[in-house]
Design a protein around this ligand. Structure first.
Ligand code: 4FV
Length: 247
């Protein structure tokens, strides 16, 4: 998968290319990141990429031209690809979007800075706007990195224990419920023992316990996900009987 990012701070992306699971996968060329700095496409000797907002108001706005040239240079290099602007007004990013993107050929992320971007660039070049959440960042880079991380870890061969992504919270494989609690050695910590079922070796009982913990946690913290799972028909009779015990 090829990911392109348009950013004034390409160096920030070493956080996902040089470390952890995404870094190892990058070294194995399971995905590639290409960063383009719009400053390299600005017309003036000061390499200006922003200016004061027409109509007045605080802050600066990113200029359309350097960004437009950056997008065109990427499309010349890799052919067409969806251009995604990171913005609080965008579609809420989630696990389903990460799964869809992990099955695609990749995207071009546009990372804004300042107050925002000239609307004429957005209207001409941007296919979608995605949001990390209802809060305002000082730039789109951190949002892009979070979305790239969530996507790349789903690529085949990235997670060594191939099963592990399937157990994650929100994964469709566990009906989009929250993940069950995890335990490891020692079996007693702070005088608290690991639940016996996890030491039983009885995989059916362990799977049932984990399912019930997921249902419990999701009902308590994200009842909306329980309703969504029920609507998708992802809850078994056993699940409903268990949930029934919760009233
Ligand atoms: C953001 C978000 C976000 C808005 C203006 C960058 C900032 C500045 N991006 N999810 N929330 N972007 O706050 O994606 O240019």
């Amino acid at each position: 998968m090829r990911i392109d990012v348009i950013t004034l701070f390409p160096e920030l992306f070493t956080a996902i290319t040089d470390a952890g699971v995404t870094g190892r996968a990058h070294a194995q060329a399971l995905w590639s990141l290409h960063a383009v700095n719009p400053r390299d496409f600005s017309q003036d000797i000061h390499r200006t990429v922003d200016d004061r907002p027409y109509g007045g108001g605080p802050g600066m706005v990113m200029m359309a031209e350097p960004l437009g040239k950056a997008v065109e240079s990427i499309k010349d290099a890799r052919g067409d690809a969806p251009v995604v602007l990171l913005s609080p007004i965008g579609k809420q990013f989630n696990q389903t979007l990460a799964e869809e993107t992990s099955r695609s050929a990749g995207v071009v992320f546009v990372c804004g800075r300042y107050e925002g971007i000239d609307q004429r660039f957005i209207d001409k070049y941007v296919d979608e706007q995605w949001s990390l959440g209802d809060f305002v960042l000082s730039g789109g880079e951190i949002a892009a990195m979070a979305m790239i991380d969530a996507t790349v870890r789903l690529l085949p061969g990235v997670l060594n224990h191939s099963d592990s992504a399937l157990q994650d919270s929100f994964q469709t494989s566990i009906s989009g419920l929250l993940d069950s609690p995890h335990f490891t050695r020692p079996d007693v910590f702070d005088n608290i023992k690991v639940p016996d079922v996890l030491l039983s070796g009885n995989h059916a009982r362990i799977a049932r316990w984990r399912r019930e913990q997921s249902l419990l946690l999701t009902e308590k913290n994200r009842p909306d996900l329980i309703r969504a799972a029920r609507a998708r028909g992802d809850l078994s009779r056993e699940d409903e009987v268990f949930l029934g015990t919760l009233v």
